[in-house]
Design a protein around this ligand. Structure first.
Ligand code: BG6
Length: 478
């Protein structure tokens, strides 16, 4: 669906995110025919460049990060003709009048703050001071949105000093992933699952986001953040919300975000013995976490597993196990809904225990598998066996849907459309920090040291124990 004409300014226009994600996403949507003719994308940063100099840089980034599309030279040239650059001093006056002069009146104007949060206030102030703030102005901010509750509140207050909440788009790129949106489609588009979606039928839920990448290239940020702030406070909590929330009355920004917020607010504090922190160590000559970050005493976690409880009518007594880590054996994001055993086995004790598992694979190989129990073929009596009912979305939807669009494509177009459904509201972010802050404070005050785990493994052994103590097991990562 084409969007209306817009101007987009990317502060931090020469930075890593602009190179890898923002410009490639814009280019792909342009190639997808979603742009009207007269769109303007302006990079803005400190570097002294003119339009042509920036276009040459952007062409190089697109060749690297959108190679399939940028092979079409005509499309690339047409895209680049809509791209420009203004050198801007975020905390000074330089460049602002020139920037204001290039923007059109009376159309959607989005400012992407692809810069550190310490500059948010300076940028917001200058956008307003130079007459660029109107009702159609939107600002986009990236995670990390704060380092804790206090800093998140301060950021929210800074932004609220210049813009209304409906103009602020806080990105959690997980919400832009096709398969994450699919969680809502699966839950609320089918009659099959929802009646069983509660503690009466669900034994527990496992949410795993396993990564093979390490922290190379982002050492100083990561060593201050760790897996809890980098992944759990945002991405895993968003997944938890989408899995656990009540059906919103409609698919509308506040209806959805109100329901997510209720989930976060119903989370119990996590007990210290329900958390396992890990840090990877090198094997076979590969560097471990501490070598990579250059901090031999670092006690930052690159892995975390925890057991959470949601104290509400639907989920009382159903644990949610969350885990995420770097340099693990495989890249795999999957949610496993582990159903209870049938209440009585008519086949006797020999038939063993069989429970249904609904696995929702977010990446890679997006799809759904439902483990069901059937009779083992043959004449040897009534023996049972589990088989997967497996559906890969790419296979089911046909070749034109083999490649999911990048999350940023969807999210940036939603900014232009003015749809905040897939963005975090200020109170949601604060509630998430209010839940994670005491957990972090707990291990900081106790001097907790993360458990070592080998690169390429499934994480520290204690994470297995966390489950085993409850008589449960993690589903395999691969
Ligand atoms: C980012 C984290 O938000 O998400 C990274 O800062 C992490 O540490 C990344 O690697 C994971 O995103 P994806 O889309 O690769 O699952």
């Amino acid at each position: 669906i084409p969007v209306e004409p817009f101007d987009l300014v990317v502060f931090g226009g020469t930075g890593d995110l602009a190179q890898r994600k923002i410009l490639p996403a814009l280019f792909r949507r342009f190639c997808g025919g979603q742009w009207p003719e007269d769109v303007l994308v302006l990079g803005a940063a400190r570097k002294k460049l003119d339009d042509d100099g920036y276009r040459a840089l952007v062409a190089g980034w697109l060749k690297e990060h959108a190679p399939d599309r940028s092979a079409d030279c005509a499309a690339l040239d047409r895209f680049l003709s809509r791209v420009g650059y203004v050198p801007v001093e975020a905390q000074g006056d330089e460049g602002w009048p020139e920037l204001a002069a290039r923007l059109s009146r009376d159309r959607v104007r989005a400012f992407y703050f692809s810069v550190g949060p310490r500059l948010f206030g300076a940028l917001a102030e200058r956008i307003e001071a130079h007459g660029m703030a109107s009702d159609k102005t939107r600002i986009v901010v990236e995670k990390p949105f704060g380092h804790d509750l206090e800093s998140a509140r301060a950021l929210n207050a800074t932004l609220a000093g210049h813009f209304r909440e409906r103009q602020i788009y806080r990105i959690d790129h997980y919400l832009g992933k096709e398969t994450v949106q699919n969680l809502m489609a699966v839950r609320f588009g089918n009659m099959l699952f929802e009646p069983l979606w509660n503690s009466q039928y669900v034994d527990h839920i496992q949410i795993t986001v396993a990564e093979t990448v390490g922290v190379d290239g982002r050492e100083s940020y990561y060593d201050r953040a760790g897996a809890m702030r980098d992944m759990v406070q945002n991405h895993l909590m968003q997944l938890l919300c989408l899995i656990a929330m009540e059906p919103p009355a409609k698919f509308d920004p506040d209806a959805v975000r109100d329901e997510k917020l209720k989930v976060i607010r119903a989370l119990d504090p996590v007990l210290p013995h329900h958390i396992v922190r890990g840090q990877y160590v090198g094997v076979d000559g590969q560097p471990g976490y501490r070598e990579v970050v250059g901090n031999p005493r670092s006690s930052t976690e690159s892995y975390i597993a925890l057991r959470a409880h949601i104290s509400n009518w639907r989920w009382a007594g159903t644990p949610f196990y969350l885990r995420t880590g770097k340099r693990l054996v495989a890249r795999s994001s999957v949610i496993n809904v582990m159903f209870k055993d049938a209440p009585h086995s008519i086949f006797g004790a020999d038939a063993g225990r069989h429970a249904n598992v609904l696995s929702i694979r977010l990446q890679p190989n997006e799809g759904i598998t439902l483990k069901v129990t059937i009779k083992e073929p043959g004449q040897g009596g009534m023996r049972l066996v589990d088989v997967p009912l497996d559906m890969s979305f790419a296979e089911a939807l046909g070749p034109e849907n083999q490649v999911s669009p990048d999350a940023y494509e969807r999210l940036i177009m939603d900014v232009v459309r003015g749809n905040q459904t897939l963005f975090m509201r200020g109170d949601e972010v604060e509630a998430a920090w209010a839940w994670t802050d005491p957990i972090i404070a707990g291990w900081e005050s106790s001097g907790d040291v993360p458990k070592p785990y080998d690169c390429g493994s499934t994480g520290p052994g204690d994470a297995e124990l966390l489950m085993k103590r409850d008589g449960r097991n993690w589903q395999g990562i691969k």
